[in-house]
Design a protein. Structure first.
Lengths: 140, 404
């Protein structure tokens, strides 16, 4: 599936929820259920420091696509990390560079990308884009 | 007679809703809310006598200057400074600290030592680290214990003839501990060191007397005292303020300027370069009037009642641990629940209309001491109620249910 298709799928899933509590319960489920990153990659090199919560991001290139794994020490952050991984992992660098993250707004989680949250998510998206640019340069 | 419901009427923001819920504001240690009496002063300034001060001969400028200087006198009397020019109006606590730290750059040498406490806010650590980098002086730290109190016996050992400066907050922002500053000032003076007390967290709760304390420098911010943001005060003993060089160059701080030489203005203008926050200064004075009209004894009594009630109610929650358990503390409760991340709790309770602070509270060394990523901090003001504390407890229970 393309990034756009995955984003639309997620928007459809979230449309089923009536209120914020259901949305958050779903995110917490996502955060709890997914083993997102291999312990060996939870290193300081892969750590994105937020004032509030930490995020680890690891990237590798497989068949010209980037595979991302990531984790966070806070469950709600981890839930959003899981969603971002679903969108951006296993995609071509070029597509990642061109993609936007407006869907976060559509699923009612925009506040988590606000700079005041300082939860590492904004830096995580930046980091994902940086990896895409780096791998794209490597592939050219 | 103190009636919290009447007091709440003074604060328009307390009747608004957040996420569809009535606002419960428990982030007072970050910034306090503003009463109508102070808002009116701000509106009056811009509506009626907005002008630059200390320079115009016109009436408006004179009026603004008079009100601004009247505010300085209010601040002087509030803190019981001997002279009005010992009060420097700043942009806030951080500005005041940096002004003093910068001033000491030329007064320190490599063999000198500076002492800070383990309970400091980053703003009372970083400027001194920068000062040490510039001068080669050494930074020493008074350690803390599990209760979140300073280990005073260790302070005694750190003091020596090399100690030139001691910096401690009056009250810890992260834990609420009231530090024994009287003792710290006395002991520091015995070895000839100057003392700066960061009063940002203390001034909303207590009325410090700088002469009785015999403190050399005391700093505070208006926005934690029901005043506006971007204004604060530095008290300095006259002898120290005369000794320190100006912090910034500009208008207002000069006596005479030629391209060969500039002579500096007298205190306090030497440290007040440029157009100050005129409206902010005047509103700061109004905020001090407002707090004094309620009375600091009344405020302290009521806030202690809230603190006791909240402590008792919060401890009914299984797995809740309070950090900072000193007998001497203000109405701040820093806590965690089991292994749940503070960010997760903060996010859920915000959805329920409750404003608490989560994170390391710009006091990472304290979090490192407890080996935690941060805490949830609920800080209460005199306009909060027990019913609001009950709402917090219920919201926390809801968050726990969702997160575990």
């Amino acid at each position: 599936m393309t990034i756009k298709e995955i984003q639309e799928e997620i928007i459809d899933e979230f449309a089923m929820f009536d209120d914020w509590m259901q949305r958050y319960e779903y995110m917490i489920e996502l955060g709890k259920s997914l083993p997102l990153i291999d312990e060996q990659y939870k290193t300081d090199d892969n750590l994105i420091k937020g004032c509030q919560s930490k995020v680890w991001v690891h990237a590798e290139l497989k068949d010209n696509k980037i595979v991302f794994t990531a984790d966070s020490d806070a469950i709600i952050t981890k839930g959003i990390v899981a969603i971002l991984i679903r969108v951006f992992s296993n995609q071509y660098p070029k597509d990642i560079i061109e993609a936007n993250t407006d869907f976060i707004d559509d699923i009612g989680l925009k506040e988590h990308l606000s700079p005041t949250r300082a939860n590492g998510l904004v830096s995580m998206i930046k980091q994902i884009k940086m990896y895409a640019i780096a791998y794209q340069t490597q592939l050219n | 007679m103190f009636n919290v419901e009447n007091i709440r009427q003074d604060f328009p923001i307390l009747s608004r809703k957040v996420n569809g819920q009535p606002l419960v504001y428990f982030d007072n240690a970050a910034t306090s809310q503003t009463p109508q009496q102070v808002i009116d002063v701000i509106v009056d300034y811009y509506s009626n006598y907005n002008a630059n001060i200390h320079r115009g001969v016109h009436s408006l400028s004179q009026e603004a200057t008079d009100k601004y200087e009247a505010a300085r006198h209010k601040i002087q009397h509030h803190f019981n400074a001997e002279k009005a020019h010992e009060i420097i109006l700043t942009s806030g606590t951080t500005h005041g600290i940096n002004l003093v730290a910068s001033g000491f750059t030329s007064l320190l040498s490599a063999s000198d030592e500076i002492i800070v406490s383990a309970l400091e806010h980053h703003s009372n650590i970083v400027p001194w680290q920068m000062l040490c980098e510039k001068t080669g002086a050494t930074l020493k730290v008074i350690p803390m214990n599990d209760e979140g109190e300073l280990v005073m016996s260790a302070f005694d050992e750190l003091l020596s003839d090399n100690t030139k400066l001691v910096f401690v907050n009056h009250i810890s922002n992260a834990l609420g501990t009231i530090n024994p500053i009287e003792d710290i000032i006395k002991k520091a003076h015995q070895v000839g060191a100057a003392v700066l007390i960061d009063g940002a967290q203390a001034c909303p709760h207590i009325k410090p007397d700088v002469q009785a304390l015999d403190v050399d420098f005391y700093v505070a911010s208006a926005h934690k005292m029901c005043g506006p943001t971007g204004v604060g005060m530095l008290y300095g003993k006259e002898k120290w303020l005369n000794k320190l060089p100006p912090y910034q160059g500009g208008g207002e701080m000069i006596a005479e300027v030629t391209f060969e030489k500039t002579t500096y203005a007298d205190l306090p203008h030497k440290f007040e370069a440029g157009t100050p926050n005129i409206c902010g200064g005047i509103a700061f004075g109004a905020a001090i009037d407002y707090l004094n009209s309620i009375g600091f004894d009344t405020i302290a009594r009521y806030e202690n009642e809230l603190l006791d009630y909240a402590t008792k109610q919060l401890l009914t929650i299984e797995g809740l641990k309070i950090y900072g358990t000193s007998q001497h503390k203000t109405s701040v409760i820093s806590f965690n629940i089991g292994t749940i991340h503070p960010y997760d709790i903060g996010t859920i309770v915000d959805k329920l209309g409750i404003a608490v602070r989560t994170g390391h509270h710009c006091a990472q060394p304290i979090m490192d001491y407890y080996k935690i990523p941060g805490t949830i901090r609920a800080s209460f003001a005199f306009y909060n109620t027990k019913a609001e504390i009950d709402k917090l407890v219920n919201a926390l229970k809801k968050a726990i249910e969702m997160l575990s």
